[in-house]
Design a binder for this molecule. Structure first.
Ligand code: DGJ
Length: 726
């Protein structure tokens, strides 16, 4: 609900449990006055401190009032070069060489339904009573106008923001920084949490106490990256999983991004989020409009678990799209770690044959099926079936897989080209590179210039041809390097700074084509594992290969970090072989299965190489997951421990929305002789109801307050408990 109070000039956006308030002050400046627990009424601008602060200058129209300064007022969208020295929301080079922008209120509109962003992913309002607030601000001197867009998804407790920038002046403007979010907090001590990491160590939570100054993380890799996920939480220092205020923001974007958390001179916090300004320069001709990506915001006064669950629900139901978004995904087996590039049709069928006998539902053929792709030095770009490996093409193989009662899925990496490919030999200028410089290689491949329509059409045609050539119901869309040598033949010099963003728009355009023309196909996103695991990609692919690291213990950390923002329904998680290919570690098959049930569940190994015992275990895991998938996918997720801290065990649980089923998963840590027997305290159950576990009945309150006694287990052994309400 959006409330406009004409008397106080406040606009208050209400979701089920939160309120967000802004106020147009007497000078037309749009102040941010509140974001927190839901309020009944009030003008929170009364809390703003008005004092004459040294070196905080005053707008001309403030006259002799030295207490009025943009430097000390909380802003909805900060200005540039007119007296606010905290991070700017927008920077632009104007024709006269000036860079100042001073936003003043023009008008606002309250609309039914949620806004969309042309060519870009965003949350949608299906099944909700959504509203949009358009807040129009203008810099009178230059005519530059911003429309701040707010989407209120009341039932989800989610508010989205995006910005439309319009050049209403008479000369071109170059935008050099346009943030999607500026959020000012009142004075107070705060922490912030970001998701850092690296390849094979994605989304490691980093929590820091905010001190004075600007602390920034982000990506300039052209993708959202393994190293810095576009998600941030600001919270009170004592906020934990179950208690305390926290504000989360997720950027719905898959390219370069910037997160800036600033502790100001007066201990306030400013949070900024948007496209990274590195090599960003968007030429806006008079009359032109630029659209930023969207940010989704959640506030909780009940700690991090509640915050995460709100993101999970919103992403699962109102960001992910398509036939598969809320459906049980086929349990798949992928041949990558089983064969790498060394396979042929018979090998794929032999893996599928055994898989079909234990209940696997889909065979996914990974990298190596096309062109001269026998290693990772050649073939990318040539999307013709390698007939030496797969005589007759994809159709006969898909038929053989289908004859086993399984679906067939395929790996693709459409954004890339190898120099050793027919495509590159024909069109070397289709790869990103700067004339006269040797391009930087990543995994021996170059990046195709998706800003060019002919390149996008080539990719679309090849995808259409491939997908129409056989009965393919799934694709894994991979992307295996960062962008460098960012320069396009297709753009004039003054527009090269648009390339990074135009690249991302190009990816989205191709994915949208797939969504429209092949709605039945399940897309799993991937970027060397979880290098582009973000809300932008999840709009097109409801699941994402979480990491190339399939080690069960490392996965505990990766899935834990991922869970701060992203739902289990999006987490591609597979059981792989031991010794693990990434870490060399041996973990029991049962443990690997328990860990993989934290996501979409599948396999990544050659089942023919397993012992009969392990194969029986696999058959049991699959049968179990077919029973349990709903609570994993649609239930609420609880982090019971933090795997970055040493413990006797690591545990998490899923509880159905109705609280009638819960699945508790535990992986033991190091074992020591004469072991300590820790208790496990459950969460999320109905304290008033009873639950059955292995023939015994326990109260929900009892399990949460008294706990469960864990059995003695071998090192890295695992247990899984299924509780059913009686
Ligand atoms: C990186 C992916 O994350 C892997 O799962 C696999 O598909 C390889 N690429 C194939 O090249």
């Amino acid at each position: 609900m959006i409330q406009f109070d004409k008397q106080t000039n406040t606009l208050t956006l209400h979701t089920a449990h939160t309120s967000y308030q802004m106020k147009v002050d007497e000078k037309g400046v749009l102040l941010h006055t509140y974001y927190g627990k839901r309020l009944r009424k009030g003008d929170l601008s009364r809390l703003i401190c008005h004092e004459d602060r040294g070196f905080s200058p005053n707008p001309y129209e403030a006259g002799t009032d030295r207490t009025y300064s943009l430097d000390t007022l909380p802003q909805e969208y900060s200005t540039c070069n007119v007296g606010d020295f905290r991070p700017t929301s927008l920077e632009a080079d104007f024709a006269d060489g000036s860079v100042a922008v001073d936003w003043r209120y023009v008008t606002h509109h309250i609309l039914h339904g949620k806004y969309t962003i042309p060519g870009q992913p965003s949350f949608y309002d299906e099944g909700l009573t959504a509203e949009t607030l358009e807040m129009v601000l203008k810099d009178a001197h230059t005519g530059l106008e911003v429309t701040l867009l707010y989407g209120i998804l009341e039932e989800l407790d989610l508010i989205t923001r995006a910005v439309r920038v319009h050049n209403g002046g008479e000369t071109p403007v170059a935008l050099t920084r346009v943030m999607s979010l500026c959020l000012d907090f009142p004075a107070g001590k705060r922490d912030y949490i970001t998701l850092g990491g690296a390849y094979a160590r994605e989304r490691e939570p980093v929590r820091a106490h905010l001190t004075q100054g600007t602390h920034s993380v982000g990506s300039v890799r052209g993708t959202s990256s393994h190293q810095s996920n576009p998600f941030v939480v600001v919270c009170d220092p004592d906020t934990n999983e179950d208690h305390g205020s926290c504000w989360g923001a997720a950027l719905v974007y898959s390219g370069n991004h910037l997160i800036e958390v600033t502790g100001t001179q007066f201990d306030e916090t400013r949070l900024i989020m948007g496209i990274h300004p590195f090599h960003f320069r968007w030429q806006l001709e008079p009359g032109d409009t630029f659209h930023t990506p969207e940010v989704a915001m959640v506030y909780s006064h009940q700690g991090l678990t509640d915050l995460s669950q709100k993101f999970h629900r919103g992403i699962r139901l109102n960001l992910c799209r398509g036939t598969w978004k809320d459906e049980r995904r086929p349990i798949l087996i992928n041949n990558w770690e089983a064969t790498y590039f060394q396979f042929d049709a018979d090998k794929i069928v032999s893996i599928a044959q055994t898989a079909s006998q234990v209940g696997v539902e889909m065979m996914v053929m990974d990298d190596g099926w096309f062109g001269k792709r026998n290693d990772d030095f050649a073939g990318l770009g040539d999307w013709n079936v390698n007939e030496h490996k797969l005589p007759g093409g994809l159709a006969p193989l898909a038929e053989r897989i289908n004859a086993l009662g399984m679906k067939f899925g395929l790996w693709v990496e459409p954004e890339m080209v190898n120099e050793d490919s027919d495509l590159y030999r024909a069109h070397p200028d289709w790869a990103l590179q700067i004339p006269g410089r040797k391009p930087t290689r990543g995994r021996s491949q170059l990046v195709l210039d998706l800003t060019r329509a002919e390149v996008r059409e080539y990719i679309k045609d090849n995808l259409r041809r491939t997908l129409n050539s056989a009965n393919i119901v799934y694709i894994k869309w991979d992307m295996n390097r960062s962008l460098t040598d960012v320069w396009s033949m297709g753009l004039p010099a003054q527009r090269q700074g648009e390339l990074y963003h135009r690249y991302v728009l190009g990816v989205y355009e191709i994915l949208e084509m797939l969504h429209q023309e092949f709605p039945h196909i399940l897309i799993e996103g991937c970027s060397g594992g979880g290098g582009r695991f973000d809300c932008g990609m999840l709009y097109y692919s409801p699941q994402f290969w979480c990491s190339d690291n399939t080690d069960a213990l490392d996965r505990l950390r990766i899935q834990y970090g991922t869970s701060f923002c992203y739902p289990c329904s999006a987490v591609g998680a597979h059981v792989s072989a031991v010794p693990n290919h990434q870490t060399g570690r041996e973990t029991p098959m049962h443990t690997r299965g328990v860990v993989a049930t934290g996501g979409t569940f599948g396999y990544e190994l050659d089942l023919n190489k397993l012992s009969q015992d392990d194969l029986d275990e696999v058959a049991g895991q699959i049968a179990q997951f077919k029973e349990d998938w709903e609570v994993v996918m649609r239930g609420d997720y609880y982090r019971l421990t933090n795997p970055f801290e040493p413990g006797y065990y690591q545990a998490w649980m899923h509880v159905s929305q109705e609280k009638d089923v819960a699945l508790v998963s535990v992986v033991m840590g190091e074992t020591h002789a004469n072991p300590i027997r820790p208790l496990l305290y459950l969460k999320g159950l109905n304290p008033q109801e009873d639950y059955e576990l292995d023939g015994q009945v326990y109260g929900g309150d009892e399990l949460m307050s008294g706990g469960l006694a864990l059995p003695v287990q071998k090192e890295h052994g695992a247990v899984q408990y299924k509780l059913t309400r009686v």
